[in-house]
Ligand binder design. Structure first.
Ligand SMILES: [Zn+2]
Length: 348
């Protein structure tokens, strides 16, 4: 039992991560290096002190300051979080070389964090504004995954403000890349475009026929409705991104992201977060980062916070990881391998 585990013992625990966005998980230092190459493109609210460091060529000491700025910029609402991605992240992710580098770095950091199996999500259509095709985006991210120590599956995200035509293109893309794509998701601003959107679901059902799992960001900012439940039932969707609001989760898999929910203002602090109650009620809880950048966190840090706030120890961490690997899109062979790694490491 971990009474008060230090960071290195938490990092040493093998973990499964189902819900992490690539564009919320860049290294701040890498971002500054990339901004320095295109300083003319920095967003209007880029901190002046950091602009001056570009001029002097000195960025290495500025990464922490930049991350602190971003965490604040992204805070208080999901809309702010999304706009921080749009202004500060997406301009840096528009070439194959950069996408490959960012993916490779994220997987290196996740491996150091003890992650053994990762479903990494992104919206390929957000990386085409400088001319990349959707296929080139996929190829660049896949190149970043090659040679990784972790098991990785990709999740393709459709966004709530898009439309049926985009969902169809992304469905075709996910199917064409099904060797690497494990999950097809709906993400974006739930407040602006709420519920289980039919135009997404119609394409999602087609994707599922090719062995790809479905996932939907739901009940992150909005309370559950009867209509949500009817549609989840109708489409047999079992995985919910976040899914932390209300009390109608039943047997669904909840990809809970505690620190992200605090940053976006869904709860004021971890003490108010329902994750512990949901786990005690027997809900299928998994623990995730959503991203490492705006939360200034990683999965080991999420575990440390849960240990401190709710006294979670090896029993809880084993339970959430076993739920995660069972719900994941990995092959039966990988699931068996990860299960035995978990059982040996947690020694219960
Ligand atoms: Zn998410």
């Amino acid at each position: 039992m971990l009474a008060s585990p230090d960071r290195s013992s938490l990092q040493a625990l093998p973990k499964v991560l189902l819900h992490e966005h690539l564009d919320c998980s860049l290294r701040p230092l890498t971002m500054l290096e990339l901004w320095a190459e295109n300083a003319w493109r920095v967003p209007q609210n880029f901190p002046t002190a950091l602009r001056h460091r570009f001029a002097s060529g000195e960025v290495s000491g500025a990464a922490e300051d930049y991350q602190a700025f971003l965490a604040k910029d992204a805070s208080l609402s999901l809309a702010n979080y999304v706009m921080a991605i749009v202004h500060h992240v997406l301009p840096l992710m528009q070439s194959s070389e950069r996408l490959t580098r960012i993916t490779r770095e994220r997987l290196e950091d996740a491996a150091a964090d003890g992650v053994k199996a990762l479903e990494l999500r992104f919206a390929p259509q957000l990386h085409t504004r400088d001319g990349l095709s959707l296929e080139e985006v996929m190829d660049a991210v896949i190149a970043g995954c090659s040679g990784s120590k972790l098991h990785v599956r990709l999740t393709v995200c459709v966004l709530r403000h898009e439309d049926a035509a985009m969902a169809q293109r992304l469905a075709d893309l996910a199917i064409a890349y099904r060797q690497h794509v494990g999950v097809f998701d709906l993400a974006g601003d739930e407040k602006a475009n709420p519920g289980v959107l039919r135009w997404w679901a119609q394409e999602a059902l087609r994707v599922r026929e090719h062995g790809i799992e479905l996932d939907i960001h739901l009940w992150e900012t909005d309370e559950p409705t009867d209509e949500d439940l009817r549609r989840l039932q109708e489409y047999e969707i079992r995985r919910l991104g976040h899914g932390m609001r209300g009390d109608r989760q039943a047997e669904r898999i909840l990809e809970v992201c505690p620190s992200s929910n605090i940053v976006t203002g869904q709860v004021k602090s971890l003490s108010e977060h329902p994750i512990d109650r949901l786990l005690r009620q027997g809900r299928k809880v998994t623990v995730n980062t959503d991203g490492t950048l705006f939360t200034c966190s990683d999965l080991s840090n999420e575990y440390a916070l849960l240990n401190r706030q709710f006294g979670w120890g090896e029993a809880e961490f084993l339970a959430v990881n076993k739920t995660a690997i069972a719900a994941s899109s990995f092959s039966a062979e990988v699931k068996n391998e990860i299960n035995s790694i978990l059982e040996n490491a947690y020694r219960l």
